[in-house]
Design a protein. Structure first.
Length: 152
């Protein structure tokens, strides 16, 4: 599936881009210009679905942990807790502020990587994104994006 343009060639011709290319361009724009490093996954973890992260203010961390039926790798520092989710868990999910979505599980501008505070059973590091999203909306008092009224 792509964004359709004209099929003319030469200067000023529109270029056809696939949807996944547009998503990658948007991700690159959000992460450019800052010093970033990926969260270090524990030895033995496998990431067949790729790896992103959701950062939430530390005060919400224990509340989320208590509400989730399955929890993957969770990292923390004084300011934030980081939840490992599958790649592209931001597609069609509008993560509520002040949560931040981190493509590639990249921690930006941190003096040291956050420490691992929860290790899941098994070899998959993921927290399922939909339950995490719903729990996050609940503790922040924000309705999920799909339940908000649409304005014209």
């Amino acid at each position: 599936m792509g964004v359709r343009g004209t099929h003319a060639t030469g200067p000023g011709a529109a270029q056809v881009l696939a949807l996944d290319s547009l998503v990658r361009l948007g991700r690159a724009r959000r992460t450019s210009g800052a010093v970033s490093r990926p969260l270090p996954l524990p030895e033995g973890m496998t990431v067949p679905l790729g790896c992103d992260a959701v950062a939430v203010p530390a005060r919400y961390g224990p509340l989320l942990l208590a509400r989730l039926p399955r929890v993957g790798c969770v990292y923390a520092d004084r300011a934030e807790w980081w939840w490992i989710v599958p790649f592209e868990s931001d597609v069609a999910l509008d993560w509520p502020a002040p949560a931040r979505y981190a493509a590639g599980a990249l921690v930006t501008d941190a003096p040291a990587p956050p420490g691992l505070i929860h290790l899941p059973d098994g070899t998959l590091p993921y927290t399922p994104p939909i339950p995490l999203y719903l729990a996050l909306c609940r503790v922040m008092g924000t309705p999920p994006a799909w339940s908000r009224p649409i304005s014209a």
